[in-house]
Design a protein around this ligand. Structure first.
Ligand SMILES: C[S+](C)CC[C@H](N)C(=O)O
Ligand SMILES: N[C@@H](CCS)C(=O)O
Ligand SMILES: [Zn+2]
Length: 331
């Protein structure tokens, strides 16, 4: 399968590729209002130019992989907003196109520079969990209620996966998956739809030892290991202090490449819709932890919510051993 692009970017990055940082976080920093059922995906309707700007800022910071704005972009979510089906599907494609445009424009501009220090980045199409769509806090508990089945989850994810998969991304990034039932649904769906774009499936954890649901990584990895369509596994939107232990656990359970992109350590209050202060150290700790994550076995490292381009600039500098990138490139 087409996992070659991932191996290539990891190799070109010097053994560990850099993923971008908090996408929604940086949209907010640029003035977007994402207090919305669609969360960061609301900007696909209201402020698409900001989406491209955020991608550009992460590319400048040194990201080898940028993640599209589709985390909470769902067809039912857009329909509930009064959009027609064609418009909803069009916005999903737009999310990938904006990232591809940013990647191509940025790459062209760096080729003109005498001393290129960047790689041609890959674009990962983001797919958030069913719980992210529900926006009721269940993306961090994995509790979807008794009526939810693997088949229902497959039906929820099917059309978005088809549309995003055919929009030209280099990867599909399933982000912050909270339970095994959803992982099982995704593995089956990738097979049923015969998706040719390599995928990563990343989980979130609130205790550093289990998925958010309380289920074990070992049980979960047994399912993911059966799929050739899943090129990368990992963890995202999880406090930095838990990451090293999770990498070591994943390493025991799989031969697949491992991606980690923790949040700042702040905790999302799904009901109040706000971030609560970090219980331990925050994104500044990435400076000391990144090398340890690489040594523990991660081959893609970045940041998730509440991390910023400056976090990613530091990650890139540490992993690639290059002088800090200057943010001189204008869009
Ligand atoms: C990763 S959480 C901060 C995403 C936002 C959540 N699904 C919500 O809509 O409230
Ligand atoms: N990539 C997502 C967050 C995943 S938790 C976004 O920022 O839109
Ligand atoms: Zn996040």
């Amino acid at each position: 399968m087409a996992g070659g692009a991932v191996e290539e970017i990891v190799r070109r990055a010097g053994g560990c590729a850099v993923i971008d940082g908090g996408f929604a976080t940086q949209l907010e920093a640029l003035g977007a209002d994402i207090n919305d059922p669609l969360w960061s995906a609301a900007c696909l309707i209201t402020k698409p130019h900001l989406i491209k700007e955020v991608h550009m800022q992460y590319l400048e910071a040194g990201a080898d992989v940028i993640i599209s704005s589709s985390y909470q972009a769902t067809i039912p979510g857009f329909l509930a907003r009064g959009l027609r089906l064609e418009e909803a599907e069009g916005l999903l494609r737009t999310s990938v196109e904006l990232a591809l445009q940013a990647r191509d424009e940025f790459w062209k501009s760096t080729l003109r520079k005498s001393k290129p220090v960047y790689n041609r980045a890959l674009v990962a199409a983001s797919i958030g969990s069913y719980g992210a769509y529900l926006a009721d806090g269940s993306e961090y508990s994995g509790s979807y209620g008794e009526d939810i089945t693997t088949e229902k989850l497959k039906d929820f994810h099917r059309r978005r996966l088809q549309v995003l998969g055919s929009a030209g991304p280099d990867l599909i990034a399933f982000e912050a998956i909270p339970n095994i039932m959803e992982a099982q649904a995704l593995v089956e769906l990738l097979e049923e739809e015969n998706i040719q774009v390599p995928s990563w499936i990343c989980f979130s954890s609130v205790d550093g030892k289990h998925l958010c649901s309380g289920e074990s990584f070992a049980d979960c990895l047994r399912i993911l290991n059966t799929s050739d369509k899943v090129a990368i596994v990992g963890v995202n939107c999880t406090p930095p202090q838990f990451i090293e232990g999770i990498i070591r656990e994943l390493k025991k359970q799989t031969k697949k490449a491992i991606a980690v992109y923790p949040n700042s350590g702040e905790v999302w209050d799904g009901r109040a819709k706000r971030w609560l202060p970090a219980e331990c150290f925050g994104h500044k700790s990435f400076d000391v932890l990144v090398k340890r994550w690489q040594e523990a076995g991660a081959s893609l490292i970045g940041g998730c919510c509440r991390t910023t381009p400056s976090t990613i600039r530091a990650v890139s500098r540490i992993l690639k051993g290059r002088t800090a990138y200057t943010a001189s490139h204008q869009i």
